[in-house]
Design a binder for this molecule. Structure first.
Ligand SMILES: [Zn+2]
Length: 125
């Protein structure tokens, strides 16, 4: 149960990366499917594995070898920790609820930081 919740936290972390990447650009978080920004290749299951996918690919796109920001596995790992700590501490219930709240806060923080960075990059251009 705890392992399952940890994995859920990691998956949510992966979703946070997606939201932080797309929302500031005004893109949909549903479509298109996750793809490499550099070459457009659609990501497969291995690429999408939280943390592990990044490690297996050596932090690069498998097709064009362009670098994937080191922030992605870090964001995923922290989301996993946000979920795991309350579950271990409080038990699956109410730990899972506390974990989801923490992950949501983490997601908001990452997304708003990404939005700010994107806005300042655009202003600099
Ligand atoms: Zn690529």
């Amino acid at each position: 149960m705890s392992a399952y919740l940890l994995f859920l936290g990691l998956l949510l972390g992966s979703f946070i990366n997606l939201a932080a990447d797309r929302l500031p650009r005004g893109e949909s978080i549903v479509r298109p499917r996750s793809h490499c920004r550099a070459c457009g290749r659609q990501l497969n299951t291995i690429d999408l594995l939280p943390v592990l996918g990044y490690a297996l690919r050596g932090g690069r796109c498998a097709t064009c070898r362009s670098r994937i920001g080191a922030s992605s596995p870090i964001v995923e790992a922290i989301a996993g920790v946000c979920m795991a700590v309350p579950v271990i501490w409080l038990g699956p219930w109410p730990g899972a609820v506390a974990g989801l709240v923490l992950v949501a806060c983490w997601g908001l923080a990452v997304t708003s930081l990404a939005a700010r960075r994107y806005a300042s990059e655009r202003a600099a251009r």
